[in-house]
Design a protein around this ligand. Structure first.
Ligand SMILES: *Cc1c(COP(=O)(O)O)cnc(C)c1O
Length: 363
């Protein structure tokens, strides 16, 4: 027995389980478990990172001045309203710590990103999940769960792991019906991949409201997950709160330098997007032909229904045996599905071939 007790909520957290990165006794052909960006980092970002080695004795710029300037120029945003973080995970954590506490409720969608309930429990708040319709966040269901204890609503748009998105009009409708003292966090980690006319990343809403922020990341299309770099865009009041709460040097020096170089390499980002535009619909159609059930996705991944949890586990083992690493998502309440990152042409074709053999062999 120990007299030490963590604060209420913490022991209720089921620790986040990252995607697997290797198969025992097998050569890994493709790691498709963490949506890391099919083409890897930009060569320009790699060169900038290497150059940073000689400066590692220096503290990074605690104000991320140049990086925020580069993000602002790239996305057409006021750098004064951008906050950078060690991945968007850090920013989500800080936002929830700032606006949610014991007795409060954090509202999210049934198959929403797991870091929202994890962070809510971490501050002693209660995570409340609203049911989805057809694996998509349902605005009316979310609104029906709002109480006078609701402090934060987190919406991944597009969502991981379902790949679905909520239209611009529906996000507006959600925001319009929320009390003004509730913070709406729009987590747009996959925004760069989306090309639908009825989608908006969150910028427009942030510009019109005082209780909305948008978070973004360099971990997906920019392929810099290993450096931990994310940012948020928000109203001045929330930016001020974040600058008080965050660690003074939360974004490391190589991340700041490589992030700027990654933004400048437009050709690399375009190539990553084009790769996804080609191979996401291709893999989706191929898996449907095999009788599997891919969910419609606008991200850089496909979540595919196998019909039962036993068959999903068997397909996972089968792919692993072929050196392909998908993601089991039972932790999201989707035990009958696997999530597969869209890789390069060679990788997606290997996925199709592996699952074709699986379907032929395992009824
Ligand atoms: C990958 C992901 C993130 C965050 O990633 P960071 O690497 O912490 O920037 C945030 N939200 C969703 C929905 C994601 O899939």
């Amino acid at each position: 027995m120990t007299a030490l007790t963590p604060r209420p909520g913490i022991m209720k957290i089921a620790p986040y389980v990252p995607g697997k990165d290797s198969v025992d006794g097998k050569e890994t052909i493709a790691k498709l478990s963490s949506n890391e960006g099919a083409l890897g980092p930009s060569p320009k970002a790699m060169a900038a990172y290497a150059k940073a080695a000689a400066e590692l004795h220096r503290y990074p710029d605690g104000n991320t001045e140049k990086l925020r300037g580069a993000i602002g120029r790239h996305y057409g945003l006021d750098p004064a309203r951008i906050v950078c973080g060690a991945g968007s995970d850090e920013l989500l954590n800080l936002l929830i710590r700032a606006y949610c506490g014991p007795g409060d409720e954090l509202l999210y969608s049934q198959f929403g990103f797991l870091m929202y309930p994890i962070n809510a429990l971490g501050v002693g708040a209660t995570p409340v999940a609203a049911p989805e319709t057809d694996y998509r966040a349902d605005v009316d269901a979310l609104l029906s769960k709002v109480t006078n204890k609701t402090r934060v609503v987190c919406l991944a748009n597009p969502n991981n792991p379902t790949g679905s998105y909520v239209t611009k009009d529906d996000v507006r409708r959600l925001h319009a019906a929320l009390p003004k003292n509730v913070l709406l966090v729009i987590d747009a980690a996959y925004a760069e991949y989306v090309s639908r006319n009825d989608y908006e990343s969150g910028v427009e809403l942030v510009d019109q409201a005082e209780n909305v922020v948008m978070t973004r990341t360099f971990s997906k299309i920019y392929g810099l997950g290993g450096l931990r770099l994310g940012w948020m865009y928000g109203p001045a009041g929330i930016v001020d709160v974040m600058s008080r709460l965050r660690q003074p040097f939360n974004v490391n020096l190589p991340a700041q330098i490589a992030g700027i170089a990654a933004l400048q390499d437009i050709a690399h980002t375009d190539a990553s997007r084009t790769n996804n535009d080609i191979w996401l619909p291709w893999l989706s159609a191929e898996l449907a032909k095999l009788g599997l059930k891919p969910l419609p996705s606008v991200g850089n991944f496909l979540t595919v229904g196998l019909g039962s949890k036993e068959r999903a586990a068997a397909a996972n083992d089968w792919m692993m045996n072929d050196g392909l690493i998908p993601r089991m998502i039972a932790g999201y309440g989707l035990p009958e599905h696997l999530r597969i990152t869209i890789g390069t042409e060679t990788e997606v074709k290997a996925v199709r071939d592996s699952l074709a053999k699986f379907v032929a062999a395992v009824k």
